[in-house]
Design a protein around this ligand. Structure first.
Ligand SMILES: Cc1ncc(COP(=O)(O)O)c(C=O)c1O
Length: 457
C-alpha cells in the first residue's frame, strides 16, 4: 500500500480535482445530516480484509458521506462559531499533510516550526504582550485553555503551601464550557461569577473577597473572556488584570473566538488589558480563517509553560543536545506528536498580508451591525442586546423554544441557512433567542435579509 502505481495516480487526481472543486464552490449545499444506520445502508461496510479500493472509497465519500456534513464556510452558516478558511490556507493544509513533518521538536521540524513561529509573532504583536512572550499552536481552544491552566496550576504549586491543595479557578457564567470541562481534567474546582454579561473588576473583587478562607487559599487563576461564545462580550480586561495583580492570581484570557478581532482597529480598544495576561487563548480556526484544527496558547513567560509541559524520557534526551537545539512546540502545551497546524495560517498570512486579515475581520463586525439595523427595522423582531463583535442575539416576538427549533430544522432542511437558537439570561430566567455569528466575509446583506424573511409568519 506504499507503492506508487496507476491506482494511486488515479486516486490522487480524483482527490486534487475534488479539492479544487470544493474550494472554488462558493455556495456548497448546507448538508443533509443522516442517522448512522441510514449512512450505513447507503455505503455498506467500507473496511474489509481486501479493501474496497481508493476509487470506490473516494466515490462513497464524495457522493454520499460528505453530503451528510455541514460546510462550515457556507455564507449562511451563522450558527455556533462558524469558520471560513482562506483558499490559500486550505491548499496549504494539503501541503502540510503531504510534507509529513513531525512538529514537536526543532530537530525534525525546523523549517515548519519557523513558519509557525512567524505566524505566532504576529499573534503576539496583536495582543501587545511584552518582549519574551511567545506561544504555540494547539488543536483548538479547549487544548489551549487546558495547556494554560496546567501551566498556571503548576506555577501555583511551586509554593510548598499549595502542593497538596485542590486548586480553584474563578470565571463567569459567560465563559466557554471548555473552562469547566478542562478544570475537571486537572481536578480543579470552578467558581462561577453569576453573570453572562461583562465581568467587571468590581464584580470579580467582590466575589474573591466573599470566598471562605479555605477557598481563597485554593484560588490560583482567573479566566476572563475576550469575546464570549454566546454573545461576543469582552470582559473588563484592564480591570481584571489589576485585580489579578493585587490578589496574586494567574490571569488567563480566553479569546478563542474573539481573538481574531484584535486585528480590527474598530474594536481593538475593547481588548485593552489583554497585554497584561499571563496566558491567552486564540483560535485561528475561528476568526483567523485557518482550517480545522488550529488553536493557539500564548504565554507572557513561556519558561513557566516549559516547566509545566516538558516531557522527559530517555528517547527524548537527544533533544537536550546542542545539535538539536531550537524551539520545541511540544514543550509548551499538552501534546507531544503534533501536526504543524500553524502552517496553513502562516502561508495564508504570507500570501495575503495582515491588512487583508484586518479587512476580513472588520467585515464580520460590519455584518453583525448591519444585521442589528435590519432587525431593528422589523416590528416582529427585536434585539436582545446590541451586537457585540460579530454576534447578534435577537428574538422573534411571540415564539416559544419549540418554534425556534422547528424554524432551525426547516431552514436547514430547505438549504436556506443554519442558524440555531440559544438562551440568554434575563431577570425572569433564561429566554430562548436566536443568534447570528458572522465569520465568513463572503456573507452578504442579501443573505441576512433572506434569513430574516423566513421569520415572517
Ligand atoms: C471562547 C471559547 N473558548 C474556547 C472554545 C473551545 O474551542 P475549541 O472548540 O477550538 O476547542 C470556544 C469554542 O467555541 C470558545 O468560543
Amino acid at each position: 500500500m506504499h507503492n506508487i502505481d496507476i491506482d494511486l495516480v488515479e486516486m490522487t487526481l480524483d482527490v486534487m480535482k475534488y479539492a479544487i472543486n470544493r474550494i472554488t464552490n462558493v455556495s456548497p449545499s448546507l448538508g443533509d445530516i443522516k442517522k448512522e444506520e441510514e449512512l450505513f445502508d447507503l455505503v455498506g461496510e467500507t473496511i474489509t480484509p481486501k479493501g474496497i479500493g481508493g476509487e470506490r472509497a473516494f466515490q462513497l465519500f464524495r457522493d454520499v458521506l460528505v453530503k451528510s456534513t455541514v460546510p462550515i464556510d457556507h455564507p449562511r452558516h451563522l450558527a455556533f462559531v462558524p469558520a471560513s478558511p482562506t483558499r490559500a490556507a486550505v491548499m496549504f493544509d494539503l501541503v502540510t499533510s503531504a510534507s509529513s513533518v513531525h512538529g514537536a521538536y526543532w530537530m525534525e521540524g525546523a523549517g515548519g516550526i519557523f513558519c509557525e513561529n512567524q505566524a505566532m509573532k504576529w499573534l503576539i504583536s496583536l495582543t501587545g504582550m511584552p518582549d519574551g512572550a511567545f506561544g504555540v499552536f494547539t488543536s483548538g481552544g479547549t487544548a489551549a485553555n487546558l495547556s494554560a491552566m496546567v501551566t498556571a496550576r503548576e506555577y501555583w504549586r511551586r509554593s510548598a503551601a499549595h502542593v497538596n491543595r485542590k486548586g480553584l479557578i474563578m470565571t463567569s457564567v459567560g465563559a466557554h464550557s471548555s473552562i469547566k470541562a478542562m478544570a475537571k481534567v486537572i481536578d480543579a474546582d470552578v467558581h462561577l461569577v453569576e453573570t453572562e454579561d461583562r465581568l467587571t473588576a468590581d464584580l470579580l473583587r467582590r466575589e474573591i473577597r466573599s470566598l471562605p478562607a479555605e477557598k481563597r487559599q485554593n484560588l490560583f487563576a482567573v479566566v476572563a473572556t475576550g469575546g464570549t461564545t454566546n454573545a461576543g462580550i469582552i470582559d473588563d480586561l484592564e480591570g481584571i488584570a489589576g485585580v489579578c495583580r493585587e490578589e496574586g492570581l494567574w490571569y488567563h484570557v480566553d479569546a478563542a473566538y474573539g481573538g481574531g478581532a484584535l486585528a480590527a482597529d474598530s474594536v481593538r480598544h475593547l481588548f485593552d488589558g489583554i497585554e497584561k495576561a499571563d496566558s491567552i487563548t486564540i483560535d485561528p480556526h475561528k476568526w483567523l480563517f485557518s482550517p480545522y484544527d488550529c488553536g493557539a496558547v500564548l504565554y507572557r513567560d513561556p519558561s513557566l509553560a516549559l516547566e509545566a509541559h516538558k516531557q522527559e524520557g530517555s528517547y527524548l534526551d537527544i533533544f537536550k543536545d546542542e545539535g538539536a537545539s531550537g524551539f520545541n512546540p511540544a514543550d509548551y502545551q499538552i501534546q507531544l506528536t503534533r501536526r504543524l497546524r500553524g502552517m496553513p495560517l502562516w502561508f495564508s498570512l504570507a500570501t495575503h498580508g495582515t491588512d487583508k486579515y484586518k479587512w476580513a475581520v472588520e467585515r464580520g463586525i460590519s455584518l453583525a451591525n448591519i444585521a442589528g439595523e435590519l432587525i431593528e427595522q422589523r416590528s416582529d423582531l427585536s434585539l436582545v442586546r446590541p451586537p457585540s463583535l460579530s454576534c447578534v442575539l435577537f428574538r422573534r416576538e411571540g415564539w416559544d423554544p419549540q418554534r425556534y427549533r422547528d424554524w432551525t430544522y426547516r431552514n436547514h432542511r430547505e438549504g436556506i441557512a443554519l442558524v440555531t437558537p440559544t438562551q440568554w439570561k434575563t431577570e425572569k430566567g433564561y429566554e430562548t433567542v436566536l443568534r447570528f455569528c458572522f465569520i465568513n466575509p463572503d456573507t452578504t446583506v442579501e443573505d441576512i435579509k433572506l434569513i430574516l424573511d423566513t421569520l415572517k409568519d
